[in-house]
Design a protein around this ligand. Structure first.
Ligand code: HAM
Length: 429
């Protein structure tokens, strides 16, 4: 059978999974420190949710959604999680118990994009949504949190870009202005951007075509065209980031691919990622909760692409060592294999990482495996040991051997050794 994983999807094998677990554990620990609780929503939602929130004239809704079913019953694999989180927040009346909620999620997202390095059709996001406040300090805290996670994972050389894009109302004047300017130079724009002039003129600012970049970079920056209240919000976010020592660049041409953003937006890029260099994107979406039928509450959040995050971690050249094994039991013969099985059951329940051979291989082959698994202790179990009831536990780093009896004896020896500071094993009481 010649069946492969679908285009744009990846299998995550145990060796890579160790890196994933490390990133996810760092995120969970940090999010808890910042007061975020986890939320898990379904991988598919009503199509209407995404059309309504992301916007009909966006690339995602126009051509990248995996949608099945018709009309009211139409469902879509989630291309992002902000709208689903707000949907769940409202559906479960979270705003009635405590309107301000800090929520985080980790999980797969689906976009039918043209796959390339760092661009997948199933990818994963680690994201946060702080719902229920409009304080600019919260925008800054959310950005600082993303950077804190990159720092925890020893990622160097990331760059934060910051802009404000206003609300659909407050950016109306700027939209008309750039539409008029760009219409006069439309022959210099790519066919996609010419189409965007009418559909969604702000997306022209995001085009990677050099001809379009040359034209759009001559447009006036949006910030100067927003109302004073929104400019003051932006300044407060920038000041708070400076006070938290989070480096950032103002980028007047930064726009985002979703219609729900209403104010400060940001992206974090990293040089090791190639053409798809966005590690993280986010911003404020103060209209979305009301648009989805809730009260008028402000919100801000971000999502980090996990595949890209791990590319950046690996660029920092920090190999993640797999968890070493505490004990490897080498067995000689069928009776020893059965005895090892019961030893392992008890040891693992006592918190010891232990393993054995399942292929009845030679002593030499089993010793090689113990070495490969970086076992701290090795014991050989054969007819003599079964008859005497005692085992020799060999500490591989020093070669020292300890004679022990039964599970209790093994546990005591490993514990004593860890108590001396070697390995630092923590056992369950
Ligand atoms: P986004 O910018 O579309 O924002 O995605 C966030 C991150 O997900 C990107 O910076 C990138 O690292 C990763 N990503 C996006 N598409 C792909 C892909 N096809 N393959 C691999 N990685 C990808 C959002 O999704 C918003 N919901 C973020 C947000 C949360 N805004 C407010 N709250």
């Amino acid at each position: 059978m010649d069946v492969k994983a679908p285009l744009g999807t990846d299998d995550i094998l145990p060796e890579q999974a160790a890196l994933w677990q490390r990133a996810e554990a760092a995120a969970r620990a940090l999010f808890a420190r910042y007061g975020y609780g986890e939320i898990r929503t379904p991988c598919f939602e009503s199509t209407r949710l995404f059309v309504r929130s992301i916007g009909e004239a966006t690339d995602i809704v126009e051509k990248e959604m995996y949608t099945f079913g018709e009309g009211e019953d139409s469902l879509t694999l989630r291309p992002e999680a902000t709208a689903p989180v707000v949907r769940a927040y409202l559906e479960h009346n979270l705003h009635k118990s405590k309107s301000f909620q800090k929520l985080y999620y980790i999980g797969p997202m689906f976009r039918r994009e043209r796959p390339q390095a760092g661009r997948k059709r199933q990818f994963h996001q680690i994201g946060v949504e702080a719902i229920g406040a409009t304080d600019p300090l919260l925008d800054a805290e959310v950005i600082a949190l993303a950077c804190h996670l990159f720092d925890e994972l020893a990622i160097r050389g990331y760059r934060v870009r910051l802009n404000a894009i206003g609300t659909p109302t407050s950016r109306g004047g700027y939209r008309d202005l750039i539409k008029a300017e760009l219409s006069q130079q439309s022959e210099g724009l790519c066919p996609d951007c010419r189409r965007r002039l009418d559909r969604n003129v702000f997306r022209t600012l995001d085009c990677k075509n050099p001809g379009c970049i040359a034209i759009t970079r001559r447009l006036p920056p949006i910030l100067a065209h927003l109302p004073e209240g929104e400019r003051a919000h932006f300044r407060r976010v920038a000041d708070a980031l400076r006070s938290a020592q989070v480096p950032f660049d103002e980028d007047p041409y930064l726009v985002r691919g979703f219609d729900y953003y209403t104010g400060v937006v940001f992206e974090v890029t990293h040089g090791a990622l190639g053409a798809q260099d966005a590690l993280c994107g986010g911003g404020r979406y103060d209209n979305l909760i009301a648009d989805l039928g809730g009260p008028p509450l402000g919100a801000v959040g971000f999502a980090i692409g996990v595949e890209r995050l791990l590319m950046a971690v690996q660029a920092a050249a920090q190999p993640v060592e797999p968890q070493p094994l505490d004990l490897y039991i080498v067995t000689m013969g069928e009776a020893a294999r059965r005895a090892a099985f019961s030893y392992l059951a008890a040891l693992r329940r006592a918190g010891i990482a232990a393993d054995t051979d399942y292929e009845a291989r030679s002593l030499k082959a089993q010793m090689r495996t113990a070495d490969k698994l970086r076992a701290r202790f090795v014991t050989v179990l054969g007819d003599n040991e079964l008859a005497s009831g005692s085992l020799k536990l060999k500490h591989m780093a020093t070669g020292a051997e300890t004679e022990v009896c039964g599970v209790e004896g093994i546990l005591r020896a490993i514990r004593e050794h860890s108590g001396q500071g070697a390995g630092g094993l923590e056992l369950n009481p």
